[in-house]
Each structure stands twice: as structure tokens, then as C-alpha cells.
Design a binder for this molecule. Structure first.
Ligand SMILES: [Zn+2]
Length: 398
């Protein structure tokens, strides 16, 4: 178990800025992110309940940063189908812009998550109607070039798939001073992965992905000042800056209901903590990285107490999440949580997950002509009888 360590300043660094006028000013980091890559619709099954939410590493990181008060957007393509509409609606409910998440012809990729007493399993076809889900759509180079011209540079560009489109957009945004964060998945194509490795200021990967930067491949692979983070679930994480030695950051223990999404919480909260430190924004030290990673791991541990990758964001307020993480990091310390500026962060000041009436109407329309589990259009009268629950009311075991 990780024990608390002396860690001055965590409270001040790891909360939302108190003065929104600081954002975008010289010396402060623009708290905005554009994410591209894997953004399926998650179909979370828990007993008889079904919940649909935007998922994938790119989708989750964007939504979690929005939850933490960042300006956030996902770019790319989804299908022009009910699943694509549900995905976009959930991102928007979570405070993520979908203006550049285009709905084009074809169907949207989905992932079924079965959760319960037996753990969390992933399925790429529908257990109700049997349809096999399509692969995730790549960002086209044409779209990447268009976006690079169109978008105001964000603070961070995050991507988790290395392909011609995402790498091109990363190149363009890097030229404009954007912090590039790459989190490769397994099965990456070497040519584009190498480009992405070299572009990234921050490279994070899970040892479960089969990527091993500890070996010969890792020496001098990235930028000289690159932050590298290797996570291993409950076994914790390792990190280094440039070619410094790898250091270990153990995981926190927390009652676990569902570990899905813990890595995405780690990524988002690491970025949130690191960029709140003025020194770390410009020239992060190993200590800056270690401190930010510790805080991120604490939030990730808390997230494991809730069902679904973003169950924590559905069930708790931003302030409560910050307090829970703080208790893990410094359990013996009396909590002093500064008041957040509620006008700055819609995610913290209101419940963005409340279903609006028009969304309920949309949902009713879906249930008439689609599989109620995966939202695949169907004319069959033999549909799943599972209860659709868009109000995120999946019972929380925590
Ligand atoms: Zn289905």
C-alpha cells in the first residue's frame, strides 16, 4: 500500500484555479484540450440496466478534463446513426465540444462492458441482437489538415491512436506550441507510432499494451525532455524525464468495484496537476512529474470505487472527488479545500448529467426502432427487454 508522503502544496495545485482571469494569461497554462483517437460508444451493462456513454481513452480523457473544469473538445468522425448521436449527446452532457466530431455515413463503433460481481469484461458484438461492431474510424488527413487550420491552438493535444490523420494534426499543433500527449494502444503501426513517439512531450502507456520502453527501443526514442509514464494497474507506475532513471510510484489501495477507466483518470488528472504548477509548465522536473502522478493515481484509485469508466464523474461532484483524492494522499492532514470558482467550471457548478426533456424524447425515439442494448437500427419486434437508463442510475456498489 502506498503511504502518505510529505507533499507540500498539493491542495493549492490540484484544485481548479480560483480566478478564471488567469487562464490564457502569460505564465499560465491554457487549460484546454483537443482529443482524437479512440472514441466508441460504451454500452455498460450492469444487471438489467444499460447505460450508454462516450468512451475510449480519447473520449474519457476529454470528458474527465471537462469534469475538472477544462475547455475540452473531441475531433474525428462517428457514424450517422443513433449510437453516434448518443455518443455526441453524452460528450456534450459532460461538457465536451463535439462541433468537430463529425457524423458521416456508416455506423459507430461500440464496446459492451459487462460489469458485476464477476468483474468487468469487454465485448465487441451485441449480446442482445448479435451485431458485430465496426472498427473505430480514423481521423482522415484531409480532416486533420482542415482542423489544423480551423482550430485555435489548445493547451494540450491528446491522442491515443497513431495514424496519418492524428500524427498530422499533432505535427501541426506542435508547431504552434501545443503540448502533445500520446498514449499508444496495443497493435500500433510502427511507422506512425515512431512519429508520434518523437512528437510527444508526454508519452504514457500501460504495460498491459505490450509496449516496453524499458528495453533497447526506449533509449533515445522520444524527445530528450520527454516525460514517460508506464502504468501497471495495481502494481503502480514508473516514470522518468528524458533519459533519467525510472522511478516508481506505487498505487493507492481503495475499495474496488470496477477498474475500467482508471488509466484515463490517471492521464487526465496528471495533466491537470502538472499544468497547474507554473514551474512544471515550462520545465518539469522529475519531482514535479512524481507529485502530479501521485495525485493522479489517488484520483484513479477513487474512480475504481464506481461502476463504469466515468462512474465517478456521474456519481460525485468535482469538489468531492478532489477531497477524496486528498484524503488518500495525505490521510492524516486536516483538509483545507479552497472554494472553487463555480462560474468558471460548469462541470463543478451544475450537474451536467441531468437529462433534459429533449434528450428523453430522443431516447424514446431510439427505443422504438433500435436494439435497446447497442442502439443498432432494427425493424425486428424481438428486441431486448433490458431497461435503458440514461440517467446514469446504474447502482453503485460503493
Ligand atoms: Zn444490439
Amino acid at each position: 500500500m502506498k503511504t502518505a508522503k510529505p507533499w507540500a502544496g498539493v491542495t493549492a495545485r490540484c484544485t481548479l484555479p480560483e480566478d478564471s482571469s488567469d487562464i490564457g494569461q502569460p505564465g499560465t497554462f491554457p487549460r484546454s484540450v483537443i482529443a482524437a483517437g479512440y472514441t466508441p460508444l460504451d454500452v455498460v451493462l450492469h444487471g438489467e440496466h444499460v447505460r450508454h456513454s462516450a468512451g475510449g481513452t480519447a473520449g474519457n480523457v476529454a470528458a474527465i478534463l471537462a469534469f475538472l473544469g477544462w475547455e475540452s473538445a473531441v475531433v474525428g468522425e462517428v457514424g450517422s446513426d443513433p449510437a453516434g448521436s448518443a455518443l455526441r449527446a453524452d460528450l456534450e452532457r459532460s461538457g465536451v465540444s463535439t462541433v468537430h466530431l463529425l457524423q458521416t455515413t456508416g455506423s459507430t463503433t461500440r464496446v459492451v462492458h459487462k460489469t458485476g460481481a464477476n468483474g468487468h469484461s469487454y465485448h465487441f458484438s451485441c449480446p442482445s441482437c448479435g451485431v458485430r461492431f465496426p472498427r473505430n474510424r480514423r481521423l482522415s488527413t484531409t480532416n486533420a489538415e482542415r482542423l489544423a487550420e480551423l482550430l485555435d491552438p489548445p493547451g494540450v493535444f491528446f491522442f491515443d491512436r497513431a495514424n496519418p490523420g492524428t500524427v498530422r494534426l499533432a505535427e501541426k499543433l506542435a508547431d504552434r506550441g501545443v503540448l502533445i500527449v500520446f498514449e499508444p494502444a496495443s497493435g500500433i503501426k510502427a511507422a506512425y507510432a515512431l512519429k508520434a513517439f518523437h512528437l510527444a512531450h508526454i508519452l504514457k502507456f500501460s504495460t498491459d499494451s505490450g509496449i516496453n520502453l524499458h528495453g533497447a527501443l526506449g533509449i533515445g526514442l522520444g524527445r530528450r525532455d520527454q516525460i514517460q509514464i508506464s502504468t501497471s494497474g495495481r502494481r503502480g507506475a514508473q516514470y522518468r524525464v528524458g533519459d533519467s532513471r525510472w522511478r516508481t510510484s506505487p498505487a493507492f489501495e481503495y475499495p474496488t468495484v470496477d477498474e475500467a477507466g482508471a488509466g484515463d483518470w490517471t492521464t487526465a488528472c496528471f495533466l491537470h496537476a502538472l499544468t497547474q504548477n507554473t514551474q512544471a509548465q515550462n520545465n518539469p522536473t522529475v519531482e514535479n512529474v512524481g507529485d502530479a502522478l501521485t495525485w493522479a493515481q489517488a484520483v484513479a484509485a477513487v474512480s475504481c470505487g464506481f461502476t463504469g469508466a466515468r462512474g465517478l464523474a456521474h456519481a460525485r461532484s468535482c469538489e468531492t472527488v478532489l477531497q477524496s483524492a486528498q484524503q488518500l494522499v495525505e490521510p492524516a492532514t486536516a483538509l483545507v479545500i479552497p472554494t472553487t470558482n463555480t462560474t468558471e467550471s460548469a462541470a463543478c457548478s451544475t450537474n451536467p448529467y441531468r437529462i433534459k426533456n429533449d434528450e428523453l424524447s430522443l431516447l424514446r425515439a431510439y427505443t422504438r426502432d433500435v436494439c435497446s442494448t447497442c442502439l443498432e437500427p432494427t425493424t425486428s419486434a424481438d428486441r431486448s427487454t433490458a431497461v435503458i437508463s440514461w440517467d446514469n442510475s446504474i447502482p453503485m456498489a460503493a
